[in-house]
Design a protein around this ligand. Structure first.
Ligand code: MN
Length: 337
């Protein structure tokens, strides 16, 4: 960030902004998508620019993962740049997908780093503090971009704001902040762990499904969810993609989720690879069950088990012969040891 003070024009003391996150711009179509993903995702950015103008936003906030990878092609970055330069001002942070090896120190060699240098987006780094003034209102903004070790080490340092030099404070972070632990294999930071923060509003992305704003002791925590649906899980098929509209005054923060225009899940997301692999699993399970049944009622002679299953399944002779050949080779090598 090359400035730490910003004075806004306007005749009231209300700051209006939007927050969006996890865009994942990519020239490559995700396996799950049936449409032209790049066109769809760039359209979302255009819609956000339109809403920001309709709502008279002073600037727009961004939560990280603009790109799906740090080195998207210049053709893809160029199309993205053409849209971003139409925004009044974007203040945001880098996400893990924007970085090589989640190393924030190498931001300069990424496309997002280039966008920062070109003035398309103002990036915030750990320790920086921006004070925005609009007439009688002051707003403090801090941000923690993704980095190696986030959500594991120094959680308070990354998430908790301890000094506020303004009427209201917003903190943006690209981390796995959730209301509660979903499953033991996933590293998350729960709101409970950071609720002493002095930020009036903590904005996060990273977890693509998002969650409805949560209010604890008068402080808000929000993740409006990813702008693009890159997986075709059942919940993603139905999820409403959108942005968070934020209105800040001296005594109040108002939040409103604004859904974007989007196509029906069934029209853009392809579930066949999921359903295909589920089908395969069912088949394997069935085969295993039959082996178990066969092995309890017949002898332990594996050749006869294969033959027995083969007659039940009406498998082609070639397949059965192949299996039997493989078995005899395996038996040979076992007995020779
Ligand atoms: Mn992401």
């Amino acid at each position: 960030m090359d400035y730490n003070n910003l004075t806004l024009n306007g005749n009231d003391s209300v700051i209006r902004t939007l927050f969006f996150t996890d865009v994942h711009v990519s020239g490559r179509n995700p396996r799950s998508r049936k449409d032209n993903f790049l066109d769809t995702v760039l359209d979302k950015l255009n819609q956000i620019n339109d809403i920001s103008k309709e709502k008279n936003c002073d600037f727009v906030l961004f939560g990280g993962d603009l790109f799906d990878n740090p080195s998207v092609s210049n053709a893809v970055a160029g199309r993205t740049a053409k849209i971003l330069r139409q925004f009044n001002r974007i203040i945001g942070i880098a996400g893990n997908h924007d970085l090589f090896g989640n190393n924030i120190d190498n931001i300069k060699s990424t496309q997002l780093g280039l966008f920062e240098k070109a003035g398309l987006i103002d990036l915030m780094y750990k320790g920086e503090k921006l004070i925005i003034t609009k007439n009688d209102l002051t707003l403090q903004i801090t941000g923690t971009p993704s980095h190696f070790g986030i959500d594991h080490d120094h959680i308070k340092e990354d998430y908790v704001v301890d000094t506020v030099n303004a009427d209201k404070a917003i903190h943006i972070i690209h981390g796995m902040l959730m209301e509660k632990q979903l499953n033991p294999h996933m590293t998350v930071v729960t709101i409970d762990q950071i609720k002493e923060t002095k930020a009036d509003l903590t904005l996060t992305g990273h977890y693509h499904a998002g969650f409805d704003p949560i209010q604890i002791d008068g402080k808000y925590f929000s993740n409006p969810g990813s702008l693009s649906r890159v997986s075709s899980d059942r919940s993603e098929m139905k999820r409403k993609v959108g942005v968070l509209y934020i209105e800040i005054s001296k005594n109040d923060i108002k939040l409103e989720f604004i859904p974007l225009k989007q196509q029906k899940g069934e029209d853009v997301l392809d579930r066949s690879h999921i359903e295909g692999s589920q089908y395969k699993e069912i088949q394997i399970e069935e085969f295993m069950r039959e082996i178990k049944v066969a092995s309890t009622i017949e002898s332990m002679d594996i050749t006869s088990i294969v033959k027995k299953i083969a007659t039940n399944k009406e498998l082609e002779k070639e397949v059965v012969d192949y299996a039997l050949t493989k078995l005899s080779i395996a038996e040979e090598s076992l007995s020779s040891e």
